[in-house]
Design a protein around this ligand. Sequence first.
Ligand code: 8OZ
Length: 364
Amino acid sequence: MSGKTLFDPYTLGPLTLSNRIVLAPLTRNRAGAGFIPSELAATYYSQRASAGLLISEATQISQQGQGYQDTPGIYTQSQIDGWRKVTDAVHTKGGRIFLQLWHVGRVSHVDLQANGAAPVAPSAIRAETKTFANNSFVDVSEPRALALDELPGIVNDFRQAAANAIAAGFDGVEIHGANGYLLEQFIKDGANVRTDAYGGSIENRARLLLEVTAAVVAEIGAGRTGVRISPVSPANGISSSDPQPQFDYIADQLNALGIVYLHVVEGATGGPRDVAPFDYDALRRRFKNTYIANNGYDLELATSRLDEGKADLFAFGRPFIANPDLVERLKAGAPLAAFNPATLYGGGAAGYTDYPALAGTSAQ
Ligand code: 8OZ
């Protein structure tokens, strides 16, 4: 027994977190015109501010990086101003919040792209997945392969978005390298058949993620930069023939860049943890800074993994939707409310900001 509990403070780079429970990024599709976070977003995040760290919903770094209807961006001044209301509300409650930086790559639809252009990808291979556009679920569009000379522009969009996040008052950023989106499309050979310096070998396929991470670190500092990965998740029609050596290499390289945390979706995103063999403990040992574990955790599993030293922080996603005071409920052994799937994506306050806290807790 280590004696540590989930409810003890934790030092994350320059920040002191009040506990080891993290709000996982959750897409809620409630941004307003101009892809600006809604006024309700400030309420939603501040209701959950008793988590040690909040990670925002995935937020596109450019119009090209958008793949779903009504998701927020971080590439215009109005979006920065909208997010400022969120960060102020969270900080007023004593919370800490990172922004998740997102480029969907091929998981998009021509109706979400400028002038109806094709979405971009490492290779012109359409994903077997659907997205939500024009108020309905639709197949994603056929992508076009990015030219080599377009990649510096994407790295720069991530860098600028990180600067914008700091301007909006975020405590740091998380680079979305998971769930079948652009950076993972480069990493995994099911989506990347390039023959240039960004395809083929493990090193080449990791290159874009590592260049993006280095650019973000140079812009805002390693102590404010985290990365999320999902080594064996099949999310959004992605596949990999060699996840263990691929992600062992990535963990080593991210370690060398000095980033503050590695956030790992263990298993299939939102699904079974044992979807494919993978040695997460090996990643944890290679990466020397904070390891955030995610996917299907409950208090019992998180407590035992903490006790075994297998992770430092634990990200809870779905349990936070209907339990804004999840930290207090877990601590008290109180029952957890179930969320309504019908109000998960899109809409207004219903199913977003109207889940009550238990009487007497800080999330009220
Ligand atoms: C659910 C619906 C839309 C997007 C992810 C950003 O899986 C997402 C997402 C989740 O990382």
